[in-house]
Design a binder for this molecule. Structure first.
Ligand code: ATP
Ligand code: MG
Length: 467
């Protein structure tokens, strides 16, 4: 049976125009890859890749004006061009076949026909093209049975898997990414080939690895991909610290929860409430230091003292290594450092001053921190879960009241440095900082309100302390 695809009206008009211009130039052209796949799944995107049997950059140039594109970018070395129209991002690539050398994922490129071009693609579901000629409009060109794999929900390589992954090891990360996004199985021989080739990841740049990892973290249920990364051995290659959280130990009657599976559950639970990548990363890293800080205490069993402090340090080092940006690193470190605080507030008779400190330390990220803490409840006992959630509700409500009164989240000292210098006739220097800190402490402790007048009075009353 031939499958015929029905792009929506806008895409259909676009394709008709493109086919007409290509025919005039004497070239064949086909939408391929992700767009065709997603159209079959009923969710076509606006990024469309085309294969041109002919000169892709030359064709893109001819298309610029008929498509009313506002930008044309050409990479002649790769034989590709990008066109941006109002509704679509289009990429035109000259059909090619590739051969690889063992120390680089950058191939030697030669021009080829459509089938050849499709065969070099990563997975059969990404190796389909669609005909847009008037004669067989909408016909799927599927030499590697991608349609069948799409319905069977299977990821499989068009050619021999070992060669495919060895040629471009990034494809191993892509396999996990697509499996996670579509909840597909990776075919057994394909998964075995990944396991055999994991060390080849060494020739892929960290930026590309992290880009795929982020997409996995952004999938609906990240644990699916994270488990595949772990089971294939890929995780050990770029995030061994997370692999190290795996394993359960029993000593005497004390049994400690497997940190790996706990963390997966936390990430999944959090992901139901947020698509914010750095917040999901905070869930990934929150217990990263548990293996390193684990001690067995004869009286109390397993302890992980200081895992939030060591974890903050490890998070910084790992995220720098993985090439995340400084702002994201600072944010994730902060949440890792603070993730136990709200729980501590639940257990004590909570004081306003403790709440002010938490609001002050978490600042704008207080709500994110509370989302993380709520997701961190993974007990199997529903009563316990309900009790913890209730406790957090109380903390959040009390924090709201304190915040309303004291405005600690965007704390700015009510007396600024210039005023302090004028008041005491000081030159800029460490003394000014010390005096500011004194005001800050008094406000956090609740000795004075967060107000200018009260802070000035405090300074005058305590003048003798400073000099
Ligand atoms: P997405 O929806 O994430 O864009 P996609 O399948 O379109 O998914 P792209 O990275 O945009 O993925 O690549 C477009 C197409 O190019 C893929 O569908 C696939 O056919 C091919 N491709 C991309 N990267 C590789 C690779 N490393 N090896 C082989 N083929 C690849
Ligand atoms: Mg794409």
């Amino acid at each position: 049976m031939t499958t015929r695809l029905k792009p929506d009206r806008k895409a259909a008009a676009l394709f008709a125009k493109i086919a007409e211009v290509a025919a005039e130039a004497g070239y064949e052209i086909y939408p391929v890859g992700g767009y065709v796949r997603d159209l079959m799944l009923g969710q076509p995107g606006n990024d469309i890749d085309f294969v041109v049997v002919g000169d892709a950059p030359a064709l893109a140039k001819k298309l610029k004006s008929p498509l009313k594109a506002h930008a044309l970018v050409t990479y002649s070395r790769f034989g590709t061009s990008l066109l941006q129209t109002r509704d679509f991002k289009l990429e035109f690539a000259t059909a090619r076949k590739e051969s690889y050398s063992s120390d680089s994922r950058k191939p030697e490129v030669e021009s080829a026909d459509l089938r050849n071009d499709l065969s070099r693609r990563d997975f059969t579901i990404n190796a389909m093209a669609m005909s847009i000629g008037t004669k067989d409009w909408g016909k799927v060109i599927d030499p590697f049975k991608g349609v069948k794999d799409l319905t069977r929900k299977i990821l499989r390589t068009p050619l021999e898997p070992e060669q495919t992954f060895s040629d471009d090891p990034l494809r191993m990360m892509r396999a996990v990414r697509f499996a996670a996004r579509f909840q597909f199985r990776i075919q057994k021989s394909c998964f075995e080939a990944i396991r055999k080739n994991v060390e080849r990841l060494a020739i892929v740049s960290q930026e590309r690895i992290t880009e795929e990892f982020n997409k996995i973290m952004l999938s609906k249920k990240p644990s699916v991909g994270l488990k595949l990364l772990e089971d294939s051995g890929l995780m050990k290659r770029f995030l061994p610290e997370f692999s190290a959280t795996k394993g359960v130990e029993q000593r005497k009657e004390y049994h400690h929860k497997d940190v790996f599976f706990h963390t997966l559950q936390v990430i999944d639970q959090l992901s139901e409430h947020t698509d914010k990548l750095p917040l999901r990363l905070a869930a990934l890293f929150h217990d990263i230091a548990k293996p390193r800080t684990k001690r067995f205490d004869e009286n109390s069993g397993w302890t992980f003292h200081g895992h939030e402090v060591v974890g903050e340090r490890m998070t910084g080092a790992i995220m720098r290594r993985m090439k995340y940006g400084n702002e994201d690193i600072a944010y994730v470190k902060k949440l890792v450092r603070l993730h136990l605080r709200p729980m501590a507030l639940v257990n004590e008779e909570v004081t306003d001053s403790a709440l002010r400190r938490l609001l002050f330390l978490s600042g704008e990220d207080f709500d994110d921190l509370m989302l993380l803490c709520r997701a961190d409840i993974t007990s199997k006992n529903p009563n316990k879960v309900r009790r913890h959630l209730k406790n957090y509700e109380i903390v959040i409500e009390k924090a709201r009241q304190v915040e309303e009164r004291d405005r600690m989240r965007a704390f700015k000292s009510p007396v600024d440095g210039r005023e302090i210098m004028e008041l005491f006739g000081l030159a800029p220097g460490p003394k000014v900082g010390q005096i500011k800190k004194f005001i800050e402490e008094a406000i956090l402790e609740g000795d004075i309100p967060n107000e200018h007048e009260a802070a000035m009075k405090l300074l005058l009353d305590n003048k003798n302390r400073f000099f």
